[in-house]
Every structure is written in C-alpha cells, then in structure tokens.
Design a protein around this ligand. Sequence first.
Ligand code: NAD
Length: 307
Amino acid sequence: MNFLITGAAGFLGSTLANHLIRAGHQVRALDDLSKGDPQALSPEVHFTRGDVSDRPKLWTLLQEVDCVYHLAARVSVPESVLYPREYNTANVGGTVSLMEAMRDVGVRRVILASSGAVYGDQGEQPLKEAATPDPHSPYAVSKIAAEYYVRTIGKLWGMETVCLRIFNAYGPGQHLPPSHPPVVPHFLRQALRGGTLVVHGNGDQTRDYVYVDDVVSAMAAAAIASNVNGLVINVGSGTETSIRELVKKVGEVTGREVDSLNNSNTSGGVSRMKADLTLAGQKLNYKPSIKLDEGLRLTLQRDPRFK
Ligand code: NAD
C-alpha cells in the first residue's frame, strides 16, 4: 500500500514509518521538524519537510496514497496550558487543512492519532470509547476537536476514518525536550544521572503506559481493518500504574537509588487513566504484548541516549 504519514519524523511517526517499510509498503513522510528528526527514518521513506497546513504540498504528496496517518501535532499537555492558540492552530487547523486536501485528491482512509487525554476525569474505569469526553487541557480539547472534524468531514465526503485514542506511549526514540518532557524517558534519564524525580501532585494519579511497538501494531491494523469506518478506538495497555509505582519501576530497571519529591503543579492533568481495550480487540485484533517492566527495559536497551 501507499501511505502518507504526517508528523513522521516524530517518535510514533518514525517508528510506524520504519515498520511499514519493513512490511514492504511505500511510505511518504511529512514533518515540519519543529520537533522531529528525519534521521530517525529509514532511507526508503520519502521524506518532505513541510507544514501540515501547506495545501499545495499536500496535493502533491497525496497523489496515489491509499491511507493517511495523521500524527503531526503539538503534544505536551502542560505546554498547551501556556500556549492554547498554538495548539489550536497546529492540532485543529492542521487537521482541517489535511482533511480538505484529502477531499480534493480523493484519499480512501485517514487514521488520526488522537489521545486518551480526551476522557479527562471519569467516574468509571476502564475508560470506554462511549464515555462523554471531558478534556482538561487545551491539548485534550484540540484532540477531541480533531476527532470531530475528521469524522464529520470524512462522513460528508465519503472518506473512511478511524480515530485511535492512544494512551501514554513510551519507548526508544521518544523526544526529550528541555521543557515539559514526557514522563517515562525523563524519569529514566534523571535516574541514570542520579537526579531527583519530580512527581506532580501526590503521585497517586495513574496512567496507562503503552509500549510503542504495541501502538504501531494497532496503527498498522487500522489501515486494513474492515467495519471500522467512523470509529473511535482506544489503544493502551489496559493496565493503570501510579506515578509512585512508575518511580519504583524506574529505580528497579536502572538499578539506581532514586530520589523523588512532590510538587503541587497538576495543571491540565487527570487523576486516573486505564483504557478499555474491548473494541480494539474486536475491531483490530489488538492485544498489547509488552508489560511496563519489559517495556522500560527495552527502552533502556534500544535507545542509545540511555547507554
Ligand atoms: P512527536 O512530537 O514526537 O511527533 C509529532 C511530530 O509532528 C513532530 O515530529 C513534529 O515536528 C511534527 N509536527 C508538529 N507540528 C507540525 C505541523 N504543523 N506540520 C508538520 N509536522 C508537525 O509526538 P509523538 O509522541 O510521536 O505523537 C504523535 C501523535 O500521536 C500526536 O498527534 C500525538 O498527539 C499523538 N499521541 C501521542 C501519544 C504519546 O504518548 N506519544 C499519546 C496520545 C496521542
């Protein structure tokens, strides 16, 4: 098949692109490199630098494409609290531009990388796709808005759409920006450096950490699955882990004594997250295979930054 991946030089995009190449597909990649690194892509991927709102570029890139993976986005919850307008422009405006270009060219299917963050705080766990979204941050608002645009424009113009609500993905190659880094690689690096792990809130809040290879297997399945048009599907591990437990596991896999302290900054966060994977199992034959301890070990082994 012919694929276009937006945000392809990023953590999930590059892992997905390299997986699809290994499976014998043609992959075009678009990324503005605001964060991504094209060196992460295998040489067989056709990389173009550009913004996801650049319509002339999209018209060219979309020719003969069977399926688009839309991953280009700003991805930090705390950063989105500071810069909501930028998150709206990139994540919502970018999605609408892409959908218009896909409509113009006539692409069959689009798969959106949405987020478990759209659920916010729900009384009931595990989180089911039918729950009413309760976004707590501009990032989460941008993701639910992108879902609605993708599904609505897709329905109006006869494009197949699948929105994958990815939970906390981690693994080798995840970006570590100086401000607002994702928690898993940040904690691993801090532990290896002998630094302090700063826990927001009391550390009881839980997340569903899912290893990147499991996310990629769900994404690959979404391109060829039948009876998925218009669906929103969770992609997680189905297990919840508190930040306190994560600190302990990071200490175990790194073999270091870890120091942690709590601060009161919980802006934009939620208290519990655990994905219900029933629909993913039924529609994508998805079954996460890598538990957190193993995933942390694989991340340390496979990511040269942790050597
Ligand atoms: P990432 O930051 O590594 O990748 C995003 C990529 O998009 C970056 O390479 C960046 O340069 C690019 N980009 C940003 N704005 C762009 C624009 N306007 N035009 C073109 N490229 C642009 O993040 P990631 O973790 O790989 O996330 C990929 C997608 O998956 C995002 O849409 C994110 O919201 C979603 N997601 C990720 C997670 C996770 O835990 N990693 C969880 C839920 C959802």
